[in-house]
Ligand binder design. Structure first.
Ligand code: ZN
Length: 189
C-alpha cells in the first residue's frame, strides 16, 4: 500500500557511493537526463574551494601556479584523515573480506572511487579557472599512478573488484545483411 516503502537504499552505508555489484552507475554521477547539471558543478566548486583552502593553509603558502603533482598527492594523503572507508592491513584477519563480521583497528581512508572522482573534478576546475592544460597537476602521470596504486591496494584489502573497464568486448553488430548471400547450395531441382 505504501509505494515509497522501498525507496530508501539500505546497505550502502560503508560503500561510499560505490556499489560493489555490477550495477551500472556512472562513477562521475552525471545523470545527464532530467536532473539539473548543477549537482556536479556544485560539487566541483566545493572541491575547488577545499583545495584553495588547502593551498592557503599550506606552510609555506602555495600559489596555484606553483602547484605540482607532488602537492596534489600531498593533498590526497591529507584527505585520508577524513576518510570513512576501512582499509585492512595485510596482517588483519579481515584482510580481503568485503563484509567483516567484527570491528578491527585498521585505518579509515578515502575510498578510491571518491578520490578518483575528486581528481576528475579538480582537473576540470583547474582549467576552468585559467590553468593551462599542459601544466595541469591533476592530470599528471604521478597522480594517475598513485590512484591506480590506491585502487589495487584497496581492492585487495577490501576484497572488492573495481574492474569496470569498458573493453571492446561486443563488436558492433556483425550483420552483413545483403552483402554476403548465404552459401546454401542445397538441392535445387
Ligand atoms: Zn582490519
Amino acid at each position: 500500500m505504501d509505494p515509497f516503502a522501498d525507496i530508501e537504499t539500505s546497505q550502502s552505508e560503508n560503500a561510499n557511493s560505490f556499489n560493489t555489484g555490477n550495477s551500472n552507475n556512472s562513477t562521475a554521477g552525471t545523470s545527464s537526463s532530467a536532473s539539473t547539471p548543477s549537482r556536479y558543478e556544485n560539487q566541483k566548486r566545493r572541491d575547488w574551494n577545499t583545495f584553495g583552502q588547502y593551498l592557503k593553509n599550506h606552510r609555506p603558502p602555495l600559489a596555484l601556479s606553483r602547484c605540482s603533482a607532488s602537492h596534489v598527492l600531498e593533498f590526497l594523503r591529507y584527505l585520508d584523515q577524513f576518510g570513512k572507508t576501512k582499509v585492512h592491513t595485510p596482517i588483519c584477519p579481515f584482510y580481503g573480506h568485503p563484509n567483516p563480521p567484527a570491528p578491527c583497528p585498521c585505518p579509515l581512508r578515502q575510498a578510491w572511487g571518491s578520490l578518483d572522482a575528486l581528481i576528475g573534478r579538480l582537473r576540470a576546475a583547474y582549467e576552468e579557472n585559467g590553468g593551462r592544460p599542459e601544466a595541469n597537476p591533476f592530470g599528471a602521470r604521478a597522480v594517475r599512478l598513485y590512484l591506480r596504486e590506491v585502487r589495487d591496494l584497496q581492492s585487495k584489502a577490501r576484497g572488492i573488484s573495481y574492474e569496470k573497464k569498458k573493453r571492446k568486448r561486443a563488436p558492433p553488430q556483425q550483420q552483413l545483411s545483403s552483402a554476403a548471400p548465404p552459401t546454401t547450395s542445397g538441392d535445387d531441382a
